[in-house]
Design a protein around this ligand. Sequence first.
Ligand code: UDP
Ligand code: MG
Length: 326
Amino acid sequence: MSTQMMYSIIIPMYNEEAVIQETYRRLKKVMGSVDGPYELIFVNDGSKDQCAEIIKDYSCWDETVKLIDFSRNFGHQIAITAGMDYALGEAVIVIDADLQDPPELILSMTEKWKEGYDVVYAKRVKRNGETLFKKLSASMFYRVLRASTEINIPVDTGDFRLMDKKVIRQMKLLPEKNRFVRGLVSWVGFRQTAIEYERDERLAGETKYPLKRMIKLSLDGIMSFSYKPLKLAGYTGITLSAMGFIYLLYVLYLALFTEATSKGWPSLIGIMLIFDGFVLIMLGVLGEYIGRIYDETKGRPLYIVNELHGIQDDRNSTRQELTTKV
Ligand code: UDP
Ligand code: MG
């Protein structure tokens, strides 16, 4: 191993032409002051704007700039995964393209890494300029996730983090499709630590995580790391049945020992609704898991690369050996 440590920065981007030049400039400035060579791996996740062209242009005269251009939009988590597959550095850093994660923090991350930590994640102590709804839903999500999984996934932590080469090596071996990258990183283990920061406002453009995508990400996080939703259905079922049984005893008592006339229809219908609702919920939960099993068994590649810039085609990627070569 060379004495000089190489750093890989992974920047997933989807329609980020409004910010990408500034992101590049800020990253160059920060990486200019680290103690080794580095590469900036931009992953174009099927953008409809010109951001890939801008990066392609940069890659012609700046050899630190690499571009993985997807054939279509595969999603943020898959884009990060592709970056990891192609990264060559001893330390790999994932950062958002919109400058919500301050690049300057990379320097503190590399310091922690040199102290011997294998994963240094950035914990948001404050989120600036995001809607109350986003803050609340994000906060709730991290706490539900924490309560429902056995592994220790840190709260209020996004994908902005540094990972040692050995973590990346393990990540490359994980084939699952519904990926929740930060959960997988926790699952992989090794020595992990946090640094805290305030999350800034998006520099320009708008969030690519509308409610629908946030729900998908939450489901990936919870369903991939927990069987609790399945168990929950069972527990609820037992509780509801017990309640129904007790209620039935009460109705019997009324009929046998009191003068009360039967006025039971409304409550019967109420009970039926509870039970029918419960059965539907349970079917939904089962469906979610079965859908995931289906996804995993199809064996499709995680992503398809349209073209690579600044990256040799034979750059060794474990995942590419498993998947189609285009
Ligand atoms: N992103 C991506 N593919 C997508 C959606 C988002 O590569 O399908 C990128 C996006 O360009 C950004 C990062 O993922 O660099 C985080 O997205 P965003 O800032 O929209 O999420 P938020 O910060 O609002 O949660
Ligand atoms: Mg953002």
